[in-house]
Every structure is written in C-alpha cells, then in structure tokens.
Ligand binder design. Sequence first.
Ligand code: SAM
Length: 164
Amino acid sequence: MARRIARLSGMEAARTVAELGPGTGAITRELLAALPDDGRLWAFEVYPPFVQHLRATIDDPRLTVVPESAEAIAEIRAAQGLPGFDAIVSAVPFSLMEPAQTTEILRAAARTLHPDGVFVALQYHPRYLAPLLRAEFTVVKREVYPWNIPPALLLRAHGPRETA
Ligand SMILES: C[S@@+](CC[C@H](N)C(=O)[O-])C[C@H]1O[C@@H](n2cnc3c(N)ncnc32)[C@H](O)[C@@H]1O
C-alpha cells in the first residue's frame, strides 16, 4: 500500500513533498525510495517517540522530521520560500479528530500545495473524508486498497479551490 501511495502521489517527478502523520515510517520509506535525489521530504509527526524513531532509523539527507502538528506545513512552506508542495501525503486519522482541526489541516494542505500538486490521504473510515476534501479541492478520486489489513481507502485530490 505504501508503494501505491508513492505512485498516486507522483513521487518520481516530485521535488518538494510533505508527509502528515508518518508514524514509524512505513510510507516515508517508500516515498523516499521513489523521490528523485534532489527532492526533499518534510514529515510532520506529533508523537515524540515516533519522531525519535524516525530520526534514529531513517538516515536520509532529503528527509526533515518536523515535530509539529500537520497545520505547520504552512510555516515550513513560508520558511523555505516554496512556491507550493508538489505532493502532500497524509495518514493522519482525521475521523478521530475534532472536525475543526480536520478542516484546518485540509485547508492548510490545499493552500500550501502547488496549483498542479496532489494531496493523497490514507483513511480507514469509508465515508468521512471525501466530502471534506471536496470543499477544498475541485477533483477528488477514491480507491479501495483491498490487500492491506484492514482494507484501506486511498483518496487523491487536486485542484485546490483557494491558494495562498
Ligand atoms: C495511522 S498512523 C500512521 C502510520 C504510519 N503510516 C506508519 O506506517 O507507521 C497516524 C499517525 O498520525 C500521527 N498524527 C496524529 N495527529 C497528527 C497531527 N495533527 N499532525 C501530525 N501527525 C499526527 C499519529 O501520531 C500517528 O503517528
């Protein structure tokens, strides 16, 4: 599934990528495997043991682990002077969060994405995220990945309705 996410996110052609909720790094590793040598990946993780684990186990100069909540993508984009991320990949458990925080993160993602960029989200709840994504992006596609345990939903969105 991590390889499928890397494919859906267009990693081979990406230069600037954000990952939200990398956890122990299963998806992070596949994103890095596909990312060009001059690409950069910022991974935003709130749980300190996972931040430590990622820093201790992935030795890759293209990766920066940011110990902040996903909304901090806007600050990193501004600090780095990026025109927008080519891809934002999320495994954040939106359906377990306060709806206001979900909206804040999706809005930050839409506004920090390059106009031609793509947002890909992994979710286990079958219906929760798609309508919220449609409020921020003009195109939202979904596919079920049945070989994961449990089966997962992969959502791919592009065409941010508002850019910063
Ligand atoms: C389903 S797990 C990701 C699993 C990961 N793909 C792996 O292979 O280990 C979701 C992750 O999102 C993180 N998370 C939850 N809320 C977050 C937020 N607001 N910002 C960034 N990360 C968050 C959790 O700490 C957890 O590591």
